[in-house]
Design a protein around this ligand. Structure first.
Ligand SMILES: N[C@@H](CCC(=O)N[C@@H](CS)C(=O)NCC(=O)O)C(=O)O
Length: 220
């Protein structure tokens, strides 16, 4: 069985949990600390020398790190319940949208960045918080515009009648924003997508709040 090195608060692991659940792929969760001082950190470095969560153990000579590599692997290995649409133009749209979260937003608001601001740059909480919110709004604004550009549709997800990679990537970002009380009033389409996704069991079972390792969120 696949083994996912995960943490309830990891935005990147959240993406992978959604994809695994949506595709109906069984996996075992290996709960791993995000904190550099956590007891399991040293052994995790043998799994992923970068020390970042998630990592997916497939077999002894295949451990995949980087959530986008894991998502691609899952899409190729389990093509049923596809997360990329058939239409090549739509596929490109979905990928572009997903990259706003994966490539441009999450790396700026990652724990190690926020900790570096706190511990090495002596940035106070209010300014760290302003940083965090700034980059989230820099993502949500354009994402909302990309959704608004679509012709009027009746479906509830980002670009398609069923969830796609776009939904898989935006939901963890919104969940993180909600956890930190970031206002989402200006993003009605994103909120609609979020509600639609959370009505599905695959998304519910992947949510940070439903993970067994969730024992409250310390402030970073
Ligand atoms: N680009 C990587 C990012 C992975 C990543 O940064 N994971 C975070 C949790 S979401 C982490 O392990 N953070 C630990 C740290 O920042 O020290 C991916 O998509 O998998």
């Amino acid at each position: 069985m696949l083994k996912l090195f995960t943490h309830h608060r990891s935005v990147s692991a959240h993406r992978v949990r959604i994809a695994l659940n949506y595709k109906g792929v069984a996996y075992e969760s290996i709960f791993t600390g995000l904190d550099g001082a956590a007891a399991d950190r040293q052994s995790f470095l043998e799994v992923n020398p970068q020390g970042l969560i998630p990592a997916l153990w497939v077999e002894n000579d295949l451990i995949i790190s980087q959530s986008s590599a894991i998502l691609e692997y899952l899409e190729e290995r389990y093509p049923e319940r596809a997360l990329l649409p058939e239409d090549i133009a739509l596929r490109a749209r979905v990928r572009s949208f997903a990259q706003i979260a994966i490539a441009d937003t999450h790396p700026l608001n990652n724990l190690r960045v926020l900790r570096y601001l706190r511990d090495e740059m002596n940035v106070e909480y209010d300014h760290r918080r302003a940083w965090f919110e700034h980059w989230l709004h820099k993502a949500f604004g354009p994402m909302e515009s990309l959704l608004a550009e679509q012709a009027e549709t009746t479906h509830s997800f980002c670009f398609t009648a069923r969830p796609s990679l776009a939904d898989v990537c935006v939901v963890p970002q919104i969940a993180m924003a909600e956890r930190y009380g970031v206002r989402l009033d200006d993003y009605p389409r994103l909120r609609r997508v979020y509600r639609a996704c959370l009505s599905l069991a695959a998304f519910q079972a992947a949510a940070p709040d439903t993970q067994p390792d969730n024992r409250g969120t310390p402030r970073t």
